[in-house]
Design a binder for this molecule. Structure first.
Ligand SMILES: Nc1ncnc2c1ncn2[C@@H]1O[C@H](COP(=O)(O)OP(=O)(O)OP(=O)(O)O)[C@@H](O)[C@H]1O
Ligand SMILES: [Mg+2]
Length: 276
């Protein structure tokens, strides 16, 4: 299921996802305006930025959960708005921020939903679908929770069930909005290691929103920094995470060291300095 090496007609590699001149918001108000973003296949990109900067709006737009007022999103080169829903769901899975499900739904039933885009016309699950569900539950450490209702789980267990749903979809592209919220430090690392493995071993294209800048720097090869709806920095973590950026975008005075194990930049915030 590698996504690497698909080429456009002119020989250039097609972006797995591309936002072109996107204006999108809620009602009259544009949150993102003129946004341009290309996500190369087989890469891990972290979107970071302050609360309300537009990260979830961006992810929802890339996943076609929000429709741009202007511009377009392209998935594997095709305009996403023109693709059938099941075709989008076979190519792209999304974990939204704060997802909700009907009351009483069990973990197993939730994760099963991820297979319907692959099922035949009668929505019958086949052997490979059950296998994908089992794998997704095992990868998120949720096998023993399959029969439990979602609304009877802890915040972290519920979050892992939603991640399992996205994994069961078995898509070449994954969009994850704050996948580590609610998780204890062990399960945070487990999810981030899983993301890295899916990328390295299966070539998945992954875009994730993270608040922990150190985790973002360690697990993503590219950081996209949003501030008030604009991309204000975009590049390798060591180029993006500077004391100036932390002051300007996050309003904090920080020092930046090198992580002694990975060499990735490590931010130590000391004080709130405010921002314009
Ligand atoms: N459903 C909505 N209706 C109206 N405005 C919204 C809606 N969702 C988000 N907004 C507004 O759009 C802007 C961007 O919100 P968004 O959720 O994209 O931010 P975010 O960067 O994901 O923030 P956070 O880190 O808090 O999750 C904010 O000003 C927010 O108030
Ligand atoms: Mg958000």
């Amino acid at each position: 299921m590698s996504t690497i090496g698909r080429n456009g007609r002119d020989g250039t590699t097609l972006a797995a996802l591309r936002a072109a001149e996107v204006r999108v918001g809620y009602g009259e108000r544009a949150v993102l305006d003129g946004l341009e973003l290309d996500i190369a296949p087989g890469t891990v990109t972290a979107v970071v930025g302050p609360n309300g900067s537009g990260k979830s709006t961006l992810l929802k737009t890339l996943a076609r959960l929000l429709r741009p007022d202007a511009g377009a999103v392209f998935l594997d080169g095709a305009e996403i708005a023109s693709l059938p829903t099941a075709a989008v769901a076979r190519r792209l899975a999304v974990l939204p921020q704060g997802p909700t499900a009907p009351g009483g739904l069990t973990v197993g039933e939730l994760v099963e939903q991820g297979r319907y885009p692959h099922a035949g016309p009668l929505r019958m699950l086949r052997m490979q679908d059950h296998e994908a569900i089992r794998t997704a539950l095992a990868l998120t450490d949720m096998t023993t929770y399959a029969a439990r209702p979602l609304d009877g789980l802890s915040g972290g267990e519920r979050q892992r069930a939603w991640i399992a749903l996205a994994l069961a979809q078995d898509t070449p592209t994954l969009l994850l909005d704050e996948p580590t919220t609610f998780l204890d430090i062990g399960h945070q690392l487990e999810v981030l290691d899983l993301i890295r493995r899916l990328n390295r071993e299966r070539g998945l294209t992954i875009v994730l929103v993270l608040h922990d800048l150190n985790q973002a720097a360690r697990y993503a090869e590219r950081l996209v920094v949003l501030d008030r709806g604009r991309v204000v920095a975009d590049g390798a973590p060591q180029d993006v995470l500077t004391t100036a950026l932390l002051a300007e975008v996050f309003g904090v005075r920080a020092r930046i060291l090198a992580d002694p194990e990975s060499g990735a930049p490590l931010c130590l915030p000391y004080a709130v300095v405010g921002r314009d």
